[in-house]
Design a protein around this ligand. Structure first.
Ligand SMILES: NC(=O)c1ccc[n+]([C@@H]2O[C@H](COP(=O)([O-])OP(=O)(O)OC[C@H]3O[C@@H](n4cnc5c(N)ncnc54)[C@H](O)[C@@H]3O)[C@@H](O)[C@H]2O)c1
Length: 419
């Protein structure tokens, strides 16, 4: 089969991680791409990715510094893994060159930036796939199947609470800057996606947000080991300042309404100094689900009155027809999994490999991209709905956020992007 000529645009932490994901797909014989380009204005980053790609694939992609240099190479698909501020302009350039695109979450820096991509993408037949990895975790696939089978009845309440992080930098400086991302967007879109994946569309929410820690610290600049999700970040973090003033909020506390009538209770607090909190539960009319952290491989637990808790292979008995897709099953070693155990870096690669397989399938017309530009934009909308609600001091609807009627919080970011 003719492979799809691909370039990775943005060769920082996630660009490298995506390349490892593609290599993982290659390792199991399912890779339908040929990596021919590595694009980054920071030459060292693109060269590093190209050098490592040469080892994995036996062929070195061409290094370029600008996206417009990719079309002459014959690139048909790009994987945009740049910092968020550049997503929408790069996306427009890729679409104008008739390139299919996978794009990292959050799809755009604001709702408006995301809508610009969405509106352009919808006028042509090119695939835009959002690289949202959490829902693709085999454990989340099983949880979704069990919920849909009605095992906990009708979902009434979703609790999603995370607290931790104190005053440490989360991976990079830009994640703490309002005009470049903000942690509530960078991390929040994952949780927005998973909430809608499990329970369907969110219609409105009320939120309080805070900036608890005005100064963030980067211990790696002073010699500590990196705690980031991949060793590749360590060299970047060494070059970042040891401390810096933030411009973005670091905590959101929200009550969420779903179209189904279910309610969400949401805490995303990146400034916790005490006990770390991870709690994701769905309570339904017949029982509840307690869910493990994404990408951990840990087991979910079902509680139903009068029965013992179920947190083993019996989870599969509820869904006899449940099967993972071929790529996930091949990568994770089974098409009916209720747990898995890999070092984080390997789990990370496998989930990114699944994203590439989905992207290839969409390009080849086998199915639509699972997380499309509309869903990716909705996740951005949920995160900004929280920030807009705090400013507006009221419950806000997803509709008014998604159609940009309510944008007081985002206005200065949009102005800085000139959109
Ligand atoms: N899904 C996940 O689990 C996950 C994890 C980490 C990051 N991400 C996402 O991936 C994206 C990148 O994050 P990161 O951690 O790799 O950031 P990073 O800062 O490590 O890397 C960003 C790279 O983009 C490059 N870049 C900037 N402008 C560019 C342009 N115009 N053309 C080409 N390259 C350009 C930078 O030089 C840098 O090499 C963000 O959207 C982030 O939210 C997702």
């Amino acid at each position: 089969m003719q492979k799809i000529p691909l370039a990775i645009v943005g060769c920082g932490g996630m660009g490298h991680r995506h390349m490892y994901g593609l290599a993982e797909l290659e390792r199991v014989g399912l890779n339908r791409f040929e990596l021919i380009g590595a694009c980054d204005p920071v030459r060292d980053n693109a060269e590093s990715l190209a050098d490592q790609a040469a080892e994995y694939f036996g062929k070195r992609p061409t290094v370029v510094s600008k996206i417009e240099e990719l079309a002459p190479l014959g690139v048909a698909a790009v994987d945009v893994t740049t910092t968020l501020r550049f997503h929408h302009s790069l996306a427009l350039q890729a679409l104008s060159h008739n390139m299919h695109m996978m794009i990292e979450k959050p799809v755009g820096l604001t709702v408006k930036a995301s809508n610009i991509i969405k509106n352009t993408a919808n006028t042509n037949n090119l695939v835009v796939s959002v690289a949202e990895n959490y829902r693709r975790d085999p454990i989340n696939r099983l949880i979704k199947a069990v919920i849909d089978a009605g095992v906990i009845g009708t979902p009434r309440l979703m609790i999603h609470n995370t607290v931790g992080g104190n005053n440490r930098m989360l991976i990079s400086v830009w994640r703490h800057m309002k005009d470049q991302s903000g942690v509530l967007l960078d991390v929040g879109v994952h949780f927005a996606d998973i909430m809608e994946y499990f329970l369907g569309p969110i219609t409105s929410l009320y939120a309080q947000t805070r900036t608890h820690e005005p100064i963030r610290h980067n211990p790696v600049a002073e010699g500590a080991k990196a705690s980031a999700p991949n060793p590749i970040y360590e060299k970047f973090q060494r070059a970042m300042p040891a401390q810096f003033a933030v411009t973005a909020e670091d905590a959101a506390y929200a009550t969420i309404n779903f179209a189904s009538g279910a309610v969400g209770q949401y805490i995303e607090d990146h400034a916790g100094w005490g006990q770390g909190v991870w709690s994701r539960q769905i309570h339904g009319s017949k029982g509840s689900f307690d869910m493990p952290n994404d990408r951990s491989g840990h087991v979910a637990t079902i509680y139903r009155v009068g029965e013992e808790a179920i947190n083993d292979a019996r989870l599969l008995d509820f869904v006899p027809d449940f099967h993972l897709d071929k790529a996930t099953a091949t990568l994770f070693g089974g098409d009916r999994l209720w747990r898995y155990e890999f070092p984080f870096e390997q789990t990370d690669r496998k989930l990114l490999a699944v994203e590439y397989d989905d992207f290839a399938g969409a390009i080849l017309g086998e199915h639509p991209a699972e997380v499309d530009i509309t869903q990716g934009t909705r996740s951005v909308g949920v995160s900004y709905a929280m920030l807009e609600s705090h400013v507006a001091k009221r419950l806000v609807t997803m509709e008014e956020v998604l159609n940009e009627e309510l944008d007081a919080y985002q206005k200065d970011i949009n102005d800085s992007l000139d959109i």
